[in-house]
Design a protein around this ligand. Structure first.
Ligand code: SF4
Ligand code: SF4
Length: 292
């Protein structure tokens, strides 16, 4: 049965186990024959490929249009400067000085439309690349990777998510934090899995992520990683807020060793493969999908 669900796996900060959950859930699903794509949206530091082997299929560049001003045609009217909402044009009319601040430019094209003197053309600026790897017949890994020094990962993340077209189940390994790249990733998801740790820092980040998702009207559930490490405050918070506890992963040396060796616990242990399969069923139930 076609499930058609997009699940984002996110956390308020890095290092909580988001990649551990994403890669193992993907692995359990692909082993079960699901038509599944894992999109590594952590475009600054994508690392799902360290755990998931795949055959390279294709790659494409993600670019944006950057204006180029021909000062021989420019009348220094300042209209482009007025139209730019991102302060990406430096303009001193009296001194007849105008520059495009490429790092600030969002490629919206407003300045080109505004210029009545044909002084603005556009060039392509490389932002990053999206690569696809075939893992099994029905499953693939899509990696978003932004170019070093680019100010925003958002266009590369958008392009990567858009290329996950053939799968019934799309897993989005989200960038950490709650800023634009996170928003862009979870915005397209039907359901968000938040991964946290039972520590005061973990709880503080979790609260922030939950508040952000509530304001977006997104359904979410929580996985507590390294359970037993800290205190019960996270669990109390989930009960109080009526947020589903989807799974607890114990603080266990063998799990940590497996992960640090670049291996998947869902390959090493049938018990964990089954737990990740169950996790998917719980997510479907929470989201109101049929699990059959
Ligand atoms: S393309 Fe948009 S963001 Fe860039 S300089 Fe022009 S108006 Fe500003
Ligand atoms: S709108 Fe065109 S002519 Fe006017 S300042 Fe900008 S580039 Fe120059």
């Amino acid at each position: 049965m076609k499930k058609n669900i997009k699940i984002a796996i996110a956390s308020g900060k890095g290092g909580t186990g988001k990649t551990f959950i994403s890669t193992n859930l993907f692995n359990a699903l692909q082993k079960a024959g699901e038509k599944v794509s894992l999109v590594d949206c952590d475009a600054e530091e994508p690392n799902d490929r360290e755990f998931i082997a795949g055959e390279f299929l294709q790659s494409f560049d993600v670019t944006q249009k950057i204006p180029v001003i021909d000062e021989s045609k420019c009348t220094y009217c300042g209209k482009c400067y007025e139209y730019c909402n991102y302060n990406a044009i430096f303009f001193l009319g009296e001194q007849r000085m105008i520059r495009v601040l490429e790092d600030q430019c969002h490629g919206c094209g407003a300045c080109s439309v505004a210029c009545e003197y044909g002084a603005i053309t556009e060039k392509d600026d490389l932002l990053g690349a999206v690569s696809t790897y075939k893992v099994q017949q029905n499953s693939n890994l899509i990696e978003a990777r932004m170019k070093v020094g680019v100010h925003s990962a958002v266009p590369v993340i958008k392009a990567a998510i858009k290329s996950a077209v053939d799968a019934d189940v799309v897993l989005l390994d989200s960038p950490p934090g709650t800023s634009c790249p996170f928003i862009q990733t979870v915005e397209t998801a039907n359901y968000v899995v938040l991964v946290t740790e039972p520590t005061p820092f973990g709880l503080s980040d979790l609260r922030q992520s939950v508040d952000t998702l509530k304001s977006m009207g997104k359904r979410c559930g929580v996985i507590v990683n390294r359970a037993g490490l800290g205190n019960d405050e996270v669990f109390d918070y989930l009960k109080k807020e009526n947020i589903a506890l989807l799974m607890s992963v114990p603080f266990d040396k063998s799990i940590a060793m497996t992960y640090s060796n670049g291996k998947l616990i869902s390959n090493e242990s049938p018990e964990w493969e089954n737990k990740f399969s169950q996790l998917f069923k719980i997510i479907l139930q929470e989201n109101g999908n049929s699990s059959n």
